[in-house]
Design a protein around this ligand. Sequence first.
Ligand SMILES: [Zn+2]
Length: 363
Amino acid sequence: MPPSTIVHDIEPGDSLIGIFTRFDLDCGALNLILEADEPLLALDILRPGNTLTFHLDEESRCLEEMELFIHPGNRVVYRRADDGSFTYEEIILPGDWQIDLVEGEINGSFYLSAINAGLSQKEAAQITRLFKEQITFSRDIRAGDRFQVVRTLQFVDETFTGQSRIEGVRILRRNRVHSAFLCEDGNYYDQNGESLMRAFLRYPTAQRYRISSSFNPARRHPVTGRVAPHNGTDFAMPTGTPVLSTGDGVVTRVSNHPYAGKYIEIRHGGDYVTRYLHLHRILVNKGQSVKRGERIALSGNTGRSTGPHLHFELHVRGRPVNPMKADIPMTASVPRERRAQFDQRVTELLSLMDGTREQIALR
Ligand SMILES: [Zn+2]
């Protein structure tokens, strides 16, 4: 009898439909899973190294459950519900965060020097973005300039999950020091509490449009009638309305999803990501840098949609938040109520960089 559990490690070039076909899985279930995944879009990009596990009913051979293993701290389980549809559950473990100081001298590019010192490509790119308003790395950095990075690394059961967070950075140039420190609000500020990021726009359009559906973690879906989180804000607007990036950033996804429609994801400095769904036309490419207020698309009605609208999401530190209410960088410095805590954190991180202290509090 064939096994009722199938484990598949995702390889470059894999597609869900390809995997379903190869293991002779029910493609009707695939469609229901994609439907369940719309608020998350975790399956839209399959990453090599992630694993899919399928559980089939032993008698009927029906697919009952599919698990996406992203890393030891993050799994998503899609389960068949009583009515035959699928639901998702995202399992996020807090893990243990360990502090790590990485330092080095810059020879050649900052990016390569940072990687040689032990930072990941993602971290090196994030630091480059953090300082892009202040430092033109190709022009301002000289051989012999130095950098110090304090980061935290996530471990689950002693295994590094691959997840890290930049807590503080110093770039020591011959006659200038640049710094960036993470505040509890998710933004980076310099040692004096001045924002490194330009302010965000609250709205992704030049004009205001009526909110047709608000951010709601327990919304009843207008088409299916089922309860599913609504991880963004919907604005009713005519098809063809220019959509603007709400902050400076890099386009990390340009995709077409059966339910989300044509959509864009942008990663901004700090820990911010925005998504724009159901677009009519996309005007940017993956990997492209965009500015706050730049026209990135024309709104539409693609995917599963009840009428022309823009669905706009804001994620802070990997979690969707209400884009109309979230603390986004609107101001130039650390918010007053967070100031004392921020100054305390900067003192701790600087003492670690200066070597006058070996341990600091984790948070
Ligand atoms: Zn929506």
